[in-house]
Design a protein around this ligand. Structure first.
Ligand SMILES: Cc1cc2nc3c(=O)[nH]c(=O)nc-3n(C[C@H](O)[C@H](O)[C@H](O)COP(=O)(O)O)c2cc1C
Length: 217
């Protein structure tokens, strides 16, 4: 709905509109502006015309999720297109897309000839909240990770409990577990059991059991 109306990534199909927005915004604000965008709506090469528009305006940085909007979250990100963009952009570029493992970061850093020094990680961090630390060379034992993760989980759950009604908390937490389950050896079994919990009491009992019985990767 959003993109069909020409909003969100729908703007990528309308460079003139993008230019009008940037013209209007950049003359009226006195804070730094960053852009997060995809490579294009359907065509990954659209980014090369869009970058010419971005180049005309003062921007703090451009975060490029290296997929098209049409790909949504499916299919692989396209770091090769991002690489070609580096020499076209006047602005600092931030790479985003498919950094799931420590090695993903290192091979992308090599591919980009170490020209990129800011990175955005989405699902990789949801699956492994320790990823950024590990990229920086700090690895913890499974036991330490489990203790830290349980503390983080409890804070997150408390935060939701203070804000949302039980059925909404359940829905939110089930989405989180789609990613958190990767932290455990029995990933599939854990995600299935959380997804099947039909009320918050069943859910909390299952989570308690997971923290008692299930081994971390
Ligand atoms: C659960 C979830 C919520 C997201 N919400 C937003 C959002 O509100 N705004 C945004 O620009 N991107 C959002 N994204 C996209 C991510 O910022 C990122 O661009 C995308 O996941 C690709 O990076 P990845 O391959 O590292 O996951 C979201 C992604 C996920 C998985």
């Amino acid at each position: 709905m959003v993109t069909k109306r020409g909003f969100g990534s729908g703007i990528l199909n309308e460079p003139d509109k993008l230019e009008r927005i940037l013209e209007g915004v950049s003359t009226k604000i006195n804070i730094e502006l960053s852009i997060k965008c995809r490579l294009g709506f359907e065509n990954e090469n659209d980014i090369f015309s869009l970058i010419k528009v971005y180049n005309k305006y003062p921007l703090k940085e451009i975060i490029v999720h290296s997929r098209t909007a049409k790909q949504m979250y499916k299919g692989l990100a396209k770091p090769d297109v991002f690489y070609d963009l580096i020499k076209e952009s006047k602005h600092k570029l931030v790479y985003n897309g498919d950094i799931i493992l420590v090695d993903d970061y290192y091979s992308l850093n090599t591919k980009f000839e170490k020209k990129i020094n800011t990175w955005m990680i989405g699902r990789g961090l949801l699956q492994n909240p320790f990823l950024a630390n590990e990229i920086n060379g700090n690895f913890l034992s499974s036991e330490s990770k489990k203790i830290l993760f349980e503390k983080f989980y409890n804070e997150l759950f408390e935060g939701y409990r203070n804000k949302l009604q039980p059925s909404h908390i359940l829905m939110r937490m089930q989405i989180h577990w789609e990613y958190f389950s990767f932290l455990f050896i029995n990933q599939r079994k854990i995600y299935k059991s959380i997804k099947k919990a039909n009320n918050i009491n069943v859910y909390t009992k299952r989570v308690d059991n997971i923290f008692i019985a299930e081994e971390f990767v």
